[in-house]
Design a binder for this molecule. Structure first.
Ligand code: 13P
Length: 255
């Protein structure tokens, strides 16, 4: 386990929030607050705000990401956005397999795999989300679920391509509930996911993989979570919508 081999990444997942003017305002507030960050900082904004967000961040250290992409490059998929469309806009990152996509939009481990494949093929870096529900944690199958989701998602992904993947461990029961996993629970799960990746590829590759925690991470609990040896950053929902709160998390990851 060697944290110095990995760069910390703090990513905001704005979910379905902020019109273009609101996005431009929030990004304007964030720019100066995160300009000295000692970690990578990404804001994953709604599709409609991508272009204005990119324009507002030009030349800064704040990167802009999307929240989903389709598995096909183009075609009859009404309402979907493809990875090449994102790449053409100048987007570098995309969230894949968020639990809200799995829960509300029929996303399965297989579609997560194909969407991840499409993101990689378009040259994007993917933030792959895995994590168990409350029922699954109570049934003591957290590790089985995380292993299954990780293995199916990474099927057909080469060791070299893994450099363009960040894994976010997001226990579903901790998302938007104010119920954070304890640092120990989160650290253990992230360490377990790293061991799964080591089994699929190699320990060396697993040691360089950035693994984030996500689920009610905020300015108050970020430092403790980020101090865990296997937690290399955060995927932040609610707290990413407030510049000061998000900046405080970025600061905690920069120490
Ligand atoms: P919250 O930080 O609002 O719990 O959301 C976490 C999340 O789903 C990030 O992708």
């Amino acid at each position: 386990m060697n944290k110095s081999l990995r760069r910390a990444v703090i990513a905001g997942n704005w979910k379905m929030n902020n019109t273009r003017p609101a996005a431009t305002t929030l990004i304007g507030e964030l720019l100066s607050l995160v300009s000295g960050a000692g970690c990578d900082v990404i804001a994953c904004v709604p599709f409609t705000a991508l272009e204005s967000a990119l324009a507002a961040t030009g030349g800064s250290n704040l990167k802009i990401g999307a929240q989903n992409c389709h598995w096909a490059a183009s075609g009859a998929f009404t309402g979907e956005i493809s990875a090449p469309m994102l790449a053409e806009l100048g987007i570098g990152h995309v969230i894949i397999g968020h639990s809200e996509r799995r829960q509300y939009f029929g996303e399965t481990d297989q579609t997560v795999n194909t969407r991840l494949r499409a993101a990689l093929d378009a040259g994007l870096t993917a933030i792959l989300c895995v994590g168990e529900t409350l029922d699954q944690r109570e049934q003591n199958i957290t590790e089985e679920i995380c292993a299954l989701q990780t293995k199916v998602a990474l099927a057909g992904v080469s060791e070299h391509e893994l450099k363009r993947i960040i894994i976010a461990y997001e226990p579903v029961w901790a998302i938007g509930t104010g119920k954070t996993a304890t640092a120990q629970q989160a650290g253990e799960a992230c360490g377990f996911i790293r061991s799964v990746v080591a089994g699929l590829y190699s320990q060396t590759t697993a040691d360089t993989l950035t693994i984030q925690y996500g689920g009610s991470m905020n300015a108050g609990n970020a430092a403790e979570l980020l101090a865990m040896p296997d937690i290399d950053g955060g995927l932040i929902g609610g707290a990413s919508l407030k510049a000061a709160d998000f900046a405080a998390i970025v600061k905690a990851a920069s120490l």
